[in-house]
Design a protein around this ligand. Structure first.
Ligand SMILES: [Zn+2]
Length: 271
């Protein structure tokens, strides 16, 4: 079996999948392998597990970068190792997993049976701010930097390897996905993420990139949030704001709605 793993740093591999243009990572240490994200269905998770066997070492742990279906619906197929994730990643799967399943079955009718078969499984090893995986001779750092693409995105770094796994906080695609996002906080979380970048950034979807691309996308998210605030405050029309936005119109309008909800949340918290 030839598996197109690419070693992007010492014992840090990525695998690009055509499906959803998804990028999966594996980090290796003397005590085994940690896999980053479990894919969208049991069939795709089994394919991943089988391919991981081509890498040196046994499977030791799995990490969910966040609770979206395409990153965590494969969890049940990794039941025999700890599954790490943010506390709200577990909450998202418990509270919204079934709704995500229904959406997937509607959006991908030819794969409806695959989604129906998913045993929605929350991560088992939870943390709020940070956690460290010990893989023998090396550590893997998991950090929550603030809300962004969801309320539970974490970043994964390996000290000394100059690689940062960003989950969907950054995407090498026309646009990140804002439907569950917190654009104003995302811009701040993005700055915290940039402070950890010292080499390659691996997004949840698409080809890895360097610091320049990451800085540009974080700046674009900041500009989008700023425009959204102007629209929410009635100081700028939505049409004009869409023309000024660094992202496509549909994504921009979705983000503006999320900015509006952020403002409502903020008021609720102050009351
Ligand atoms: Zn996502």
């Amino acid at each position: 079996m030839t598996v197109p793993w690419r070693e992007i740093a010492d014992r840090v591999w990525i695998r690009r999948y055509e499906s959803l243009d998804q990028t999966i990572g594996v980090i290796g240490g003397e005590a085994g392998l940690a896999v980053i994200d479990t894919r969208a269905t049991h069939r795709l998770a089994d394919e991943l597990r089988n391919e991981v066997r081509a890498l040196p070492g046994t499977l030791a742990a799995v990490v969910n970068t966040h609770g979206h279906w395409d990153h965590a619906f494969g969890n049940a197929r990794f039941f025999d190792v700890p599954i790490w994730g943010h506390v709200r990643c577990a909450a998202m799967l418990r509270e919204r997993g079934e709704a995500m399943r229904v959406e997937c079955m509607e959006r991908y009718p030819t794969n409806a049976d695959d989604f129906r078969a998913v045993e929605i499984t929350a991560p088992t090893d939870l943390f709020e701010d940070r956690a460290t995986l010990e893989l023998g001779d090396r550590r893997v750092e998991l950090q929550f930097l603030g809300r962004g693409h969801t309320d539970n995105d974490i970043v994964v770094t390996v000290p000394g390897a100059s690689v940062l796994f960003a989950g969907d906080l950054l995407e090498n695609a026309p646009s990140p996905w804002f439907g569950d996002g917190y654009p104003q906080e995302w811009a701040i979380t993005g700055q915290a993420l940039l402070s950890l970048v010292d080499g390659v950034v691996v997004p949840g979807h698409g080809e890895p990139f360097g610091r320049d691309f990451a800085e540009r996308q974080v700046a674009d998210i900041g500009e989008l949030a700023r425009l959204g605030v102007e629209v929410a405050a009635g100081r700028l029309g939505a049409d004009a704001a869409v023309r000024l936005s660094p992202f496509p119109a549909d994504e921009t309008l979705e983000a503006f709605e999320r900015v509006r909800l952020e403002a409502v949340d903020g008021r609720a918290e102050r009351d």
